[in-house]
Unconditional design. Structure first.
Length: 189
């Protein structure tokens, strides 16, 4: 199963278009499950609210993952491959995707810690692709807090061997030919 985490939050999203172009080219033979964060109530871990940190800590300590806050992590752990698509926001990624990833990084569900303090992956996926579009031109280290963040999770927690990014920069520049920029981003990958 390829899990498509769609964190595009706007009608007519260019990032979503790029992700669908990537999916078409990928021609994945198995099931593709799309998770639209726009349609999902995703809440961060917090002192109060839907996902209380105390309940998270208790669940991890007891290895009891029955609380609904672990459902997204369980789904992620079962995916054979993951595609994440998100617009580039404030040199980072949308807060909703961050909240989603926070829940996905549930200890005991997608990763664990061994007796030496090392991270042990509990996910099946060996390939994660991150797709983004940005309004402005690329500057050095621009995606440290978007793709760079996802890459760190993928490499450190999940030991994913293939972590790649497809980025289209400058899509909001005056006179930009967005279709050309998206095609070029795909070709560069
Ligand atoms: C809240 C917000 C923050 C943004 N921050 C940046 C930014 O830091 N750098 C940049 O180049 N573009 C920024 N943009 C522009 C988006 O990256 C650009 O419009 C992108 O293509 C949006 O993707 P979409 O068409 O999939 O919604 C921002 C846009 C929004 C709405």
């Amino acid at each position: 199963m390829l899990l498509f985490v769609n964190a595009c939050l706007r009608d007519g999203s260019r990032t979503e278009r790029l992700a669908r172009m990537w999916l078409e080219r990928r021609a994945y033979e198995g099931e593709v499950v799309e998770l639209s964060l726009a349609e999902l109530d995703v809440n961060p871990l917090d002192a109060l609210g839907a996902n209380p940190l105390a309940e998270y800590s208790r669940s991890v300590a007891d290895a009891d993952y029955g609380h609904p806050m672990f459902a997204l992590a369980k789904q992620f752990a079962q995916a054979d491959e993951v595609l994440i698509a998100a617009p580039f926001w404030n040199y980072s990624l949308p807060a909703k995707l961050h909240a989603y990833l926070e829940l996905v990084c549930s200890q005991g569900v997608t990763f664990d810690i061994d007796e030496t303090g090392g991270y042990v992956s509990l996910v099946k996926a060996q390939r994660i692709t991150y797709v983004q579009t940005a309004g402005g031109a690329k500057v050095e280290a621009a995606d440290d807090h978007s793709f760079g963040y996802v890459r760190t999770l993928a490499l450190r927690f999940w030991h994913v061997s293939q972590v790649t990014c497809v980025s289209a920069w400058g899509v909001d520049a005056p006179g930009a030919d967005v279709e050309d920029l998206l095609c070029a981003a795909l070709a560069e990958q």
